[in-house]
Design a protein around this ligand. Structure first.
Ligand code: C5P
Length: 222
């Protein structure tokens, strides 16, 4: 990345997991660490961008100078994103949004013996697909999503590119200890024009390569 080449640009990044409450003390979530989204935020801030992270609960520190909008659930994330998205030039959806949430959140701690039916059968409802909603609503924004795939990485990423109306999907292979919570990754950058493979490297280095590619898509739009 070239220092200052994102100056004045507004970038929104979703990061981390979402958590979906069952009752006041229990929830459903996933293993997302937030490292990918926060690495992108750090790299973009260094390059001069105004960065807002809409973030699920994570243990990583926010980079200096970056605005963090903390959220818990997918629906909270969607509402926060809907407010920030119209003002941004580039939006990167790196969050691991829970696909499903408990249909009903109990207002009291479910108790063994008293609430056995509710504890043993948690009915699930589908969460909004935030990337897809914004992809289909976008104007001039360049929209980038991620795809974690266990097989047929590039073809599946290409399907997501079309289904969600994104400008680029960053695809990576998962399973066998790859991707979640790791320091590095191997990716494929999938766009309408083709796909580019980037060999395994640290997330901090990948971040600059992803931003370079996103910038080239933004310039291609002008
Ligand atoms: O469909 P899938 O979950 O594999 O798509 C992954 C991409 O979509 C990621 O960029 C993720 O941040 C985004 N996504 C989203 N809202 C969802 C599910 C996924 O923004 N409910």
């Amino acid at each position: 990345g070239i220092s200052g080449d994102m100056k004045g640009m507004n970038l929104m990044i979703t990061a981390g997991p979402t958590i979906e409450p069952i009752d006041p003390v229990r929830y459903i979530t996933n293993f997302s660490s937030g490292k990918t989204g926060y690495s992108l935020a750090t790299a973009a801030a260094k390059r001069g961008a105004n960065v807002t992270i809409v973030s699920g609960p994570v243990a990583v520190d926010a980079p200096e100078g970056v605005t963090v909008v903390p959220v818990r659930t997918a629906r909270e994330m969607r509402d926060a994103v809907a407010e920030v998205f119209p003002m941004c030039d580039l939006a990167i959806f790196a969050a691991a949004v829970a696909d499903l949430r408990p249909e009903n959140e109990a207002d009291h701690k479910l108790k063994k013996g008293l609430d056995d039916a509710a504890l043993s059968t948690i009915r699930l409802a589908e969460n909004p697909d935030i990337l897809s909603e914004m992809g289909h609503a976008k104007g001039d924004q360049v929209v980038v999503g991620f795809a974690a795939e266990t097989h047929d990485v590039v073809p599946n990423a290409r399907k997501k590119l079309l289904a969600k109306n994104a400008d680029m999907i960053i695809a990576n292979q998962v399973g066998n200890g790859l991707a979640f919570g790791t320091e590095g990754n191997e990716i494929w950058m999938v766009t309408e024009d083709g796909d580019e493979h980037v060999p395994y490297m640290l997330k901090a280095e990948l971040a600059d390569i992803v931003l370079d590619k996103a910038l080239s898509l933004m310039h291609g739009q002008e």
